[in-house]
Ligand binder design. Structure first.
Ligand SMILES: [Ca+2]
Ligand SMILES: [Ca+2]
Ligand SMILES: [Ca+2]
Length: 158
């Protein structure tokens, strides 16, 4: 005997954007990008234990760690940081999605993959009826460039 339970997964949605770099450009190794995530309850139920997970979040940087209750139509704001690594500097971009999780009154867990609200592509990667555009931060070119170029001075003697 089996039972099919339909969960309206888009009762919770989350958006993820990077805040502007305090010094004008994200362009250095270990420079911290601060992201703002907004979790919204689109359903008729009060959600509990709302949390964010993000594979590139700096350890312990997700704030707050959780939100106890989120009423219908209410939103909760989270921030997290990510320290730019070498391969991202080489690629000149940081690309990533976060996930929001929450619990319904009946104990079921629901989740959503983040969308970049400034990207109007609105690609629905997980086919749950609402968008999941990845958040892309374009990095500035590093200010310090190491080259192996040899400089040869030719001095003409008369
Ligand atoms: Ca979008
Ligand atoms: Ca989706
Ligand atoms: Ca989404």
């Amino acid at each position: 005997m089996s039972e099919t339970i339909n969960i309206t997964n888009n009762e919770v949605t989350v958006t993820k954007v990077a805040l502007p770099a305090p010094d004008g450009s994200y362009d250095s190794l270990n420079e911290q990008i601060t992201y703002l995530l907004i979790v919204t309850n689109n359903g008729p139920n009060t959600l509990t234990n709302v949390t964010i997970s993000d594979p590139i979040a700096d350890s312990g940087s997700i704030s707050p760690a959780s939100v106890a209750t989120l009423a219908p139509s209410a939103s909760a704001r989270f921030t997290l940081t990510h320290s730019i690594n070498n391969s991202e500097l080489m690629a000149l971009m940081v690309t990533n999605s976060a996930t929001a999780q929450a619990e319904l009154p009946n104990g079921f867990s629901i989740s959503d993959t983040s969308d970049d609200p400034s990207d109007s592509t609105n690609f629905d990667a997980n086919s749950d009826g609402e968008p999941d555009d990845v958040t892309i931060v374009i990095l500035g070119r590093p200010k310090t460039v190491i080259t192996n170029r040899k400089i040869t001075h030719r001095v003409k003697l008369n």
